[in-house]
Design a protein around this ligand. Structure first.
Ligand SMILES: [Zn+2]
Length: 321
């Protein structure tokens, strides 16, 4: 089956093996297009803008940025709106971010309601970038009617993000497609390894201890993937913007005691005050530096998505044993 990828109003047709038909195989492309009843725009040059033809990629979140860097290699320039340690749920664009949006030729978004801060900048007429949502195709968890945006907490979802990133960069920059596809393929293997390593770490936790209390509901995909049990969250929401009431906290204290929870997990990008107090009041351990919405600082080993997933898994296994 051939796929159609829309690139700046032009439709390129791909064979199942990823080779582009456009160009040398133009007659075949036109015939196939006619057969499929599709319309094509005139063949025009893609506006690559400044940067000597290398795509200028703007990633909406740190996870999307890290994956884009892996796939881009030297073939594209990658920048991000968010930095490590910044909470995406309440982010507001700076003037510098708006400039970056204007400069970009490709924008990669997480979507699922997480990076709404980009909306106002992208709808403007000045935006020339093609925008891709790299989480497309991932089966979403739904909590209280809301889709969970924290898809990167499951390495299998990350694989979909990597493939979508390779599709996006290849569509924008077909000349470097082989490089994008090769680097993506190598990282897909790495993610399979990480998945197996995490599964083994979780297996090392006594089954009765595989219970998670987190700061906000950011680890649902991880918990589902590795058969853990989600007992509750200090901020009982997919967003960090909700406030727990005294009643919520009291109910969670009861749950922690009743369920024999071994540790409370807070996150590197959130104030751990309430979670720390909960751990103190219930006499359990506190881990206050899981990567929920963010990645580690450069050099921490958790600045990559695979490194972040393993770092979290080691901390979880260590605290629940
Ligand atoms: Zn979050």
């Amino acid at each position: 089956m051939a796929r159609i990828i829309l690139v700046n109003e032009m439709k390129y047709q791909y064979r199942a093996d990823g080779k582009r038909l456009f160009g040398r195989a133009l007659p075949l492309f036109v015939a196939a297009t006619a057969l499929l009843g599709l319309t094509t725009a005139a063949c025009g040059g893609d506006d690559d803008g400044p940067g000597g033809g290398r795509p200028l990629v703007l990633a909406a979140t740190v996870q999307v940025e890290a994956l884009a860097r892996v796939v881009a290699g030297e073939d594209a320039e990658v920048t991000t709106v968010l930095k490590a340690g910044v909470d995406p749920h309440d982010y507001e664009l700076t003037a510098g971010d708006r400039k970056a949006v204007e400069r970009a030729t490709v924008i990669l978004r997480n979507g699922v309601g997480l990076d709404g801060y980009l909306d106002s900048a992208i709808t403007g007429k000045e935006t020339r970038a093609k925008t891709f949502v790299v989480t497309e195709g991932i089966p979403l968890r739904v909590v209280d009617g809301e889709a969970d945006p924290h898809v990167w907490q499951n390495p299998l979802n990350v694989k979909v993000m990597v493939e979508n990133t390779a599709d996006a960069l290849s569509a924008k920059d077909p000349g470097s497609e082989a490089g994008y596809r090769d680097r993506a393929a190598a990282y897909l293997q790495r993610l399979d390894e990480v998945d197996r390593e995490i599964a083994a770490l979780m297996e090392s936790i006594p089954p009765a201890n595989r219970k998670m209390v987190t700061n906000h509901d950011a680890f649902g995909y991880f918990i589902e993937r590795y058969g853990l049990e989600f007992v509750g969250a200090v901020i009982p929401s997919l967003s960090t913007q909700a406030e727990p009431s005294a009643k919520d906290i009291a109910a969670l204290q009861d749950l922690v005691r009743r369920e024999g929870v071994k540790a409370i997990f807070a996150e590197s990008s959130l104030d751990p005050k309430v979670a720390t107090q909960l751990a103190k009041d219930t006499g359990v351990k506190i881990v206050d530096d899981l990567y929920g919405d963010s990645l580690g600082e450069p050099g921490s080993g958790a600045e990559t998505v695979d490194g972040m997933l393993l770092a979290n898994a080691r901390k979880i296994a260590g605290a629940l044993k």
